[in-house]
Design a protein around this ligand. Sequence first.
Ligand SMILES: [Zn+2]
Length: 382
Amino acid sequence: MELLFLGTSAGAPSASRNVQSCAVRLESGEYVVVDCGEGTQQQLLKASRAKSFRPSRTNLILVTHLHGDHSFGLPGLVVYLDNAATEKAPPLQIVGPVGVAAFLRTALILSRTELKRGYRVTELATPAPTGGGAYEGAALCTTAPPVLHPDERAVSEVLAPNDDGMFALELLTGCSLTAAPLAHGSIACVGYRLQEADAPGSIDAQRAAAEAERAGDDARRICRALRECSLNNTERLTLADGSELSVADGFVGAVTRRGRAVVVLGDCCHAGGVCSDATRRLVEDADVLVHEATLDDAFAALALERGHSTPADAARVAARAGTSHLVLWHFSPRYRNDDAFRTTFTDAVRAHFGGALTLALDFDRVAVPREKKVLPPAAPPP
Ligand SMILES: [Zn+2]
């Protein structure tokens, strides 16, 4: 698993940073793009020229919310990925809060855009935002227009949250996708968790084949069953002749590979590190937590007013979640990548969080290692 940051500026681009987007490369080689501010397709083009992104391996776009710095590049990105896909590619999947289907459908219909692979949208029915300044017209726009784009493969599915306030989506192989609502002023916003399935230890295929021959069983079936035993902690496997194999007896390598978890949050206000129960469950024990830090802690009151977080807010969330690696992004364009910026943001985090820290800039890549690091204690507060 690896993250590739394509845009890390909040609200508007800066001279060196584009607006929000990142791509997550999964173990399967597939990519998932999270958010797509204006110009994301240009960023992806640069990344694919540098061989750090494969548009043809991208079948899923996750939109955290419809603020322009996260969504204005969506129609262009859909077209870009459509151009890169083969005729046989499955429809592009798009997930986002309610309104994303109408936004995309309107743009594609009015621009007379034709797509060869088609697309399908899943909208997440988040609770109504409680932040101030609700924009009344937005609710009316979420259902228009009533006509599907010719390449929209099905009426958008609107997914309700589970009893725990979270959304569970079955869109990837070997990796689960969950989402949780985030508090971000007057707009519906979500965060996403990509969680790999645990992988079994290596199977001794030669021994399994010998046992299969002895018992008149099928070697491939035995290997498959051994993998399941490894994942489910089942100790014994019954063969065709009724004999049993002890899984602990060297047929399966001892180590079951732990699945890794990457959480990418949309914009959110976590003043003082306080977040909802659903968000806490989403970020719990993540290997990498990608969290916004729009303004530094000297502007904490302004960040709160605008529904954003500071580096200290994000660090507190990461520390409580037990995450190994905190990645900050979504920096106001007022910040340049200079020593003052790095020192301010790093010091604010270090007062609360002792794990790995990245201040992500455009085209930075963050690998997600298999082994979770044990966190050193955070520095004591000054
Ligand atoms: Zn926003």
